[in-house]
Design a protein around this ligand. Structure first.
Ligand SMILES: [Zn+2]
Ligand SMILES: [Zn+2]
Length: 367
């Protein structure tokens, strides 16, 4: 999902290294209630100006997200009405399949919940990453490896580092994800029973997906920026950044604290708040895992979301903190990225010529 691509160069004057510090100052001290427009005015100390800027950006963010939400609601009914017509009778088909499952797991719905919320997404994650790992370790088929973003990196991938990373990912999934899902079930059952008989309508399901995506963008962006504060970076987030040229499985290669706060939480809060049906949870968790794998995979493949944004984050550390790029645009944390070839390549590839060939690097390496 590429960002809107609207140019905005208000901030970036080589002070990116300070941005980490700014975020935390803003997050921890914003309760002081500095005036919202301070970012535009000159406040005496440099620190206050930076706080003002971030606070102002956050207000702009809330305004733009709010307006976007209102506009979406305005168009929602007509859009989903067409989709519902297109969907037609298949809604009944899925309802029948779900009822069959419920009948099979009657009295043991918690098993159904674990299968839907953990097993299916995790198996899809490993199926997808299994294919990518074949390319990473063998460099074949060439049809895929020619789409590599960071040329010359991971050719082939360091097998010792890879084995150790896979072990960490499995550890995170088995000892964190699984217990959290088991623990969540009784709570969710009281809140809105995820295994209720009626499946959500297509309208509702799409609305939920949009809300989950927005929630994830906000929570991931701010938790991720916080993790880049020197206090947290060294002990927690550095692990994830050991891979300056990431590969798919690295998406879940993280310190346990980061795994909970920045990977699981942003994806789980949406379904929790909405009291979502298991079907929505399964689709959302699976989508989230596949998309994060794509954004780390290191190949800009045709007809898939562009991974350039997060790949650039791994390369440069202090740019592109979010998922969609909306908050990076509003906070000015993508200004350096926007001056690069990677930004020009940050599009949905609709042909078969690799973007590294159609938009080659300049002879002089750009910063
Ligand atoms: Zn990453
Ligand atoms: Zn990071």
């Amino acid at each position: 999902m590429p960002p809107g691509g609207v140019e905005r160069n208000t901030q970036g004057r080589g002070c990116e290294k300070r941005q980490d510090r700014q975020t935390v100052v803003a997050v921890t001290e914003e309760t002081n209630g500095k005036k919202g427009q301070a970012g535009r005015r000159k406040l005496p100390p440099e620190k206050s100006e930076q706080e003002g800027h971030i606070w102002g950006s956050m207000q702009n963010t809330a305004f733009i997200l709010g307006s976007g939400l209102l506009l979406s609601v305005a168009f929602w009914n007509s859009l989903t009405w067409h989709l519902q017509r297109f969907w037609g009778a298949s809604g009944y088909f899925w309802q029948a399949q779900w009822e069959r499952l419920l009948w099979k797991f009657e009295g043991k719905e918690w098993i159904l919940f674990i299968i839907g919320a953990a097993l299916v997404p995790v198996l899809l994650f490993w199926a997808f990453n299994g294919l990518l790992l074949v390319v990473d370790t063998t460099g074949k088929p060439n049809f895929i490896s020619r789409y590599r973003i960071q040329l010359g990196k991971n050719e082939p991938v360091d097998s010792v580092k890879l084995r150790q990373s896979i072990r960490t990912v499995l550890f995170n999934q088995c000892t964190i994800s699984l217990p959290v899902v088991v623990f969540l079930y009784p709570f969710l059952k009281r809140w809105g029973d995820p295994c209720r008989r009626e499946l959500p309508t297509l309208h509702w399901f799409l609305l939920e997906l949009a809300l989950f995506t927005l929630t994830e963008e906000v929570l991931f962006y701010y938790s991720h920026r916080l993790l880049h504060h020197p206090t947290f970076y060294k002990k927690i987030h550095k692990k994830h950044h050991e891979w300056t040229a990431p590969i798919g499985v690295i998406s879940l290669y993280a310190h346990p604290i980061e795994y909970v706060a920045s990977n699981m939480l942003p994806a789980t809060v949406g379904p929790l708040v909405m009291g979502s049906h298991l079907s929505s949870i399964t689709v959302w968790f699976s989508l989230a895992l596949i998309i994060t794998s794509i954004s780390h995979c290191g190949y800009h493949l045709p007809f898939l979301p562009s991974p350039e944004f997060h790949d650039y984050h791994h390369l440069k550390f202090n740019q592109c903190y979010g998922v969609l790029g909306v908050l990076d645009h509003l906070h000015g944390t993508d200004t350096v990225f926007k001056q690069t070839k990677a930004y020009e390549r940050h599009v949905l590839l609709l042909g078969f010529t690799p973007l590294s060939e159609s938009i080659p690097d300049s002879p002089k390496k750009m910063e």
